[in-house]
Design a binder for this molecule. Structure first.
Ligand code: ACO
Ligand code: ZN
Length: 178
């Protein structure tokens, strides 16, 4: 039939044996499903155009996880963007890969879906010549902090009252080994 989604699965879809999910790139058709997962699982909501601009600019690292049996059923997503900021010890601008958001539907958690999304998106965002991967996470978000530690992200600083409800964030980073 050759829809966008099918050719996307052919060119990129990753089938994990012994699991019930596949990983593939997000397309414009998938954005509503991504937003649904986000709104269900995270208090940080973004307007549609924000997702669309991430998709337009960083599609190679905007991945979704779908049910193997039902590839239209989105169960998780990950999205990144590149930011250019002054490096710590000079005014030189460096690229950083910023993990904007990751979430997995509750009933599909602890099966390696988030790990698969991270593992398959980090090489793509790394191609933007970044010095490090960075992210913020709620200091109370034990599952996510554990996930990032498993991928060797380290707590760098605390961002006070980073979230609208006043909670602090850990700023976690992982240097790219060059
Ligand atoms: N308790 C302790 N450690 C956990 C937990 C948990 N509930 N969940 C995951 N981990 C850690 C473990 O080290 C785990 O490895 P293990 O299972 O071998 O012990 C590792 O993370 C990998 O687990 P996955 O199965 O790959 O993770 P999962 O698919 O369950 O997704 C996630 C983890 C994304 C944090 C999920 O719980 C979720 O969607 N939470 C709600 C949304 C959220 O908090 N997103 C992150 C916000 S921060 C940001 O987006 C930058
Ligand atoms: Zn952030």
């Amino acid at each position: 039939m050759g829809t966008d989604k099918e050719s996307n699965i052919r060119s990129f879809g990753i089938n994990f044996p012994d699991t019930n999910f596949v990983i593939r790139r997000c397309t414009a058709n998938d954005l509503d499903g991504v937003i649904e997962v986000n709104e269900r699982e995270l208090p940080e909501d973004y307007p549609y155009f924000f997702y669309k601009s991430i998709l337009d600019n960083y599609s190679d690292s905007f991945l979704i996880a779908c049910e193997k049996e039902n590839p239209n059923k989105i169960i998780g997503y990950i999205m990144w963007r590149i930011e250019r900021t002054p490096s710590v010890n000079s005014l030189e601008l460096v690229n950083k890969g910023h993990l904007v958001s990751i979430a997995i539907l509750e009933q599909y958690r602890r099966k390696g879906v988030a790990s698969a999304l991270l593992m398959n998106s980090m090489p793509a965002i790394e191609k933007h010549n970044i010095s490090e991967f960075v992210l913020e996470v709620r200091v109370s978000n034990y599952p996510a902090i554990n996930l990032y530690k498993k991928f060797r992200y380290k707590i760098n600083t605390i961002k006070k009252q980073y979230y609208r409800d006043g909670e602090n964030a850990y700023y976690m980073i992982k240097k790219v080994s060059k």
